[in-house]
Write a new protein. Sequence first.
Length: 255
Amino acid sequence: MTESGVWFRRYARTASPRLRLVCFPHAGGNARLFHGWAARLPADVEVLAVRYPGRVERMDEPCVESMDELADRISRALEPELDRPLALFGHSMGAAVAYEVAARLEDRPAGGAGPALLMLSGRSAPHRTAPTALHRAADDVLVAGATRLGTLGGDAYAVPELRELLLPVLRADYRLIETYRRERPAVLRAPFVVYAGDRDPAVSGPGIDAWAELTEGGLSVRSFPGDHFYLAPREAELTADIAQRLARLATARPV
């Protein structure tokens, strides 16, 4: 399998897509979060859902606990996909990873336009994020801290067999995002869209507004009813908004 095949679950409805939407899951999450998106988006949009190591098909691999390593590896895996314009969507931890990948694509030695659009969900700007240290906490404290933000339905951590599988991944992801620091984050050329649930305890108004300091392409903000995981119950509305924004990229140059 190619490196791209290892890193991305591909949802394609045409052999010749107009653009590719790369989707980055949250801490403890996986590519399945986006399995229904391709059917809701235009047929000429190919969805690539990022498959982080340490879970599902990559369960035998160690989790990546460094933002620089994760962003570097994903950026390299995207190289074969740069024959079409890219848009990036990331949720929570995935928003920070998407931002770092976008920075690398804009700065790569080969040059190019970089991603045409960066969509950041459920995350404050990296230089305005309050520090936490849940990755050092006891298991119950870590789970409580994660689930206070909301859930995708059910309580997988209450099932002993699932808890045993999920906790190491959750802790590794929290270690990655809680040790991620950018005092002077890069300012990107791509326009940003920030999405958030209106009852998300993890995102503040100033934290959202601060993303404007990191883009030369302008910032748009859209909120939906819900908590940190608003994007599950609001999938139809969210993907409809994304589809409209991607339609405006019809004339974007390949990256």
